[in-house]
Write a protein that binds this ligand. Sequence first.
Ligand code: 1GP
Length: 250
Amino acid sequence: MTVLEQISKQTGQIALLIDPEKSVDKSPLIELVRKADFAGIHFFFVGGSTVHRKDIERVVSIIKQHSEIPVLLFPGASHQLSAEADALLFLNLISGRNPDFLIGHHVQCAEEVLGMNLEVIPTGYILIDGGKLTSVAYVSQTTPIPREQLSIARQTAIAGHLMGQRLIYFDAGSGANQHVPTALVKEIKATLPSPVIVGGGIRSVEAVSEMQQAGANVIVIGNKIEEDIDFLLDLRSFIRNDASMPNPNL
Ligand code: 1GP
């Protein structure tokens, strides 16, 4: 099964985002990977706004040595690659109007990516205002879509789909005060066949559950687990309970 098929096959899957800039030491990273494995999370995402390539490669390599969970590159720039990853979210920042994040970075790495044994997933990446200025908005020099303007977000996602994006990723940005509105996820899932990833500011099992109910295929969590590794145990309960319930979206 491809990674895209795994993402598509059910709602409420969990991705743990690891920012290699914050995972400097090897042993805490191995402990994190082991606990995530025990929790039964579905994907690792690796990337960040300002990470060097050697740190991406180091972190992906450690994860691959200690877990069979698929590793997806979630790059902040064209150099954030690793041949050991399973897939690359080839992000098109379609909520913004900065050509660097629509085509520039892609051109810089295109030939290398083509030669790598990576599953490349064209991803319509849409930033939604999460109540504070986040690194991704600052570094990409783009303005997130206002959270009350759901029609703009909807039109953006539809345009992305029509342009060939295979996934839609709504991100309120790492550490957002407010996560993406569940109403938006629900509306897009009712409108488009694309799987939906959602992240940014998700800090409770209740929020995870709401996103799952709204139809999000993958829910990305970074900061909350960095701050409290035992949150993985709560996620384990959520994943096990969810697996025992019939999924109306399948
Ligand atoms: C940000 O979706 C991710 O791109 C995760 O955000 O760190 O707030 O969980 P958090």
